[in-house]
Design a protein around this ligand. Structure first.
Ligand code: S5P
Length: 268
């Protein structure tokens, strides 16, 4: 199909039934999706920590605290003020030691040729270490083609953003539906969505903007609770400040892990 032809999908399906993480492994061809689902089932955690700290030391300390309780660590590698390339080796080793996946929240947003270079090269060589990355669909489906060229042969996976957690987001309505349609055309490489609710079958749904109390941060972020997110059909909750700003991030991660897992089990 020509990349300009994006069919509009049918009405959003209603979230009906929770299928266990383990039982969904067979639904995916993408090895990263399979690995993530197996990790969630094995460690009994649907928690991803958003590690938005700004120094390498803080990042490494946080990983040692939360590593045992998470299925995935989400990074913004470009906010580390003292980034050095040896961090990548350490990140990979810790991901293996604590058994979690790495998600670089790069939110690519340019034409295919540009994102290809941003994903593969530059300072961060993201495709060498990030199991999962994400992309906005503003440029159209060419962005998926560019990322796929680099990531597919390495078994990597892509998430799209049909929705955002922030107030006033433009990612609603037709934009949301067209993004889902783009994902459907690339179902092997695109494994899921950043979303606030269940959007489509056979995709994984990752929800940021989660804290124990509903509310906001005064800069547009909108928080829902782990239970609310899971009940809305979310598969992985993403928690940043709710964990890394806590006095004891390890203990706090355990609380979120329990909240997310209990809510999931109640649905089975
Ligand atoms: O819509 C979104 C998408 C993302 S990936 N809203 C978000 O907040 N995020 C990211 O999730 C954001 O960049 C940050 O890293 C994390 C939320 O952090 P928190 O501190 O508000 O929990």
């Amino acid at each position: 199909m020509h990349i300009q032809d994006i069919p509009t999908p049918p009405q959003k399906p209603v979230y009906e039934r929770r299928i266990s993480y383990a039982d969904r492994i067979a639904d995916f061809k993408n090895p990263t999706a399979k690995k993530l689902l197996a990790t969630i089932a094995r460690k009994q955690t649907n928690l991803c920590v958003a590690a938005d700290v700004t120094s390498c030391k803080e990042l490494l300390e946080l990983i040692h605290q939360v590593g045992p309780h998470i299925c995935m660590l989400k990074t913004h590698i470009d906010i580390l003020h003292d980034f050095h390339s040896s961090m990548i080796k350490q990140l990979k080793e810790l991901a293996s030691q604590y058994d979690f996946l790495l998600f670089e929240d790069r939110k690519f947003a340019d034409i295919g040729n540009t994102v290809m270079h941003q994903y593969e090269g530059g300072v961060y060589h993201i495709s060498d270490w990030a199991d999962i990355v994400n992309a906005h669909t503003v440029p159209g489906p060419g962005i998926i083609q560019g990322l796929k060229k680099v990531g597919a042969s390495k078994g990597r996976a892509l998430l799209l953003l049909p929705q955002m957690s922030s107030s006033g987001t433009l990612a609603t309505g037709d934009y949301t539906q067209k993004t889902i349609a783009m994902a459907t055309q690339e179902h092997e490489f695109v494994i899921g969505f950043i979303a606030r609710e269940y959007l489509a079958p056979n995709f994984l749904h990752f929800c940021p903007g989660v804290q124990m109390q509903e509310g906001g941060d005064g800069m547009g972020q909108r928080y829902i609770t782990p239970k609310f997110a899971i009940e809305a059909g979310i598969d992985v909750i993403i928690v940043g400040r709710g964990i890394y700003k806590a006095d004891d991030p390890g203990a706090q991660a355990q609380q979120y892990k329990k909240a997310g897992w209990d809510a999931y089990q109640e649905q089975l």
